[in-house]
Design a protein around this ligand. Structure first.
Ligand code: URA
Length: 181
């Protein structure tokens, strides 16, 4: 109950946030999807058009692929959650600027602390730049960073047109199953 109160408080603070310019063009803040007690926390990039319209992370095309990844990992609904590096859609889906990542980072860190996953999966480079800017990671990295077990994989959108990446990603996830099973 305490945890839920703290999660609600941080989510209210995100809704009220005006720390960077992204809030000026946002329709809905996009905060979190999934369990509030996940084993695995996915960190995406930034909300796109569909997410901005609905307030739900990964509800468009990339979301369909993330759902496939979660299905492939055999993760039940209570075992995963997903958040983004920034909670507001950048105009025209541009990459978030460094300063925007920095402004939103305290929210990301608090979400990680409260959700307290066993494993964090960084979906692509922006997630890595937000979570560990001084610690560049290659695709397929598995490391302990700040006492957290981290995997870095391709962002779902990077798999849409590239079949070979999908094959590599699923093979890699097979090799790492022991981390969440
Ligand atoms: N891509 C992301 O990184 N996050 C979303 O919420 C949607 C698409």
């Amino acid at each position: 109950m305490m945890l839920n109160n703290e999660l609600s408080a941080i989510e209210d603070a995100i809704r009220d946030c005006q720390r960077c310019e992204l809030h000026e063009t946002v329709t809905n803040k996009v905060i979190r999807k999934g369990s509030d007690d996940p084993k695995v926390l996915f960190i995406g990039e930034a909300p796109g058009k569909n997410e901005d319209e609905t307030g739900v992370p990964f509800c468009g095309r990339a979301g369909t692929i993330l759902d496939e990844i979660i299905g492939y990992m055999d993760l039940p609904d209570e075992d995963w959650a997903v958040v983004n590096t920034v909670k507001c859609r950048p105009p025209k889906n541009r990459n978030p600027h460094k300063m925007e990542l920095q402004s939103c980072k305290p929210f990301l860190i608090k979400q990680i602390e409260l959700l307290d996953p066993d494993l964090i999966i960084l979906l692509g480079n922006t997630a890595q730049k937000a979570f560990c800017p001084d610690h560049p990671l290659e695709w397929g990295a598995t490391e302990m960073i700040e006492d957290r077990c981290i995997l870095k994989i391709y962002h779902p959108a990077a798999l849409i047109y590239t079949r070979s990446r999908r094959v590599d990603q699923y093979r890699f996830l097979d090799e790492q199953r022991h981390l969440w099973q």
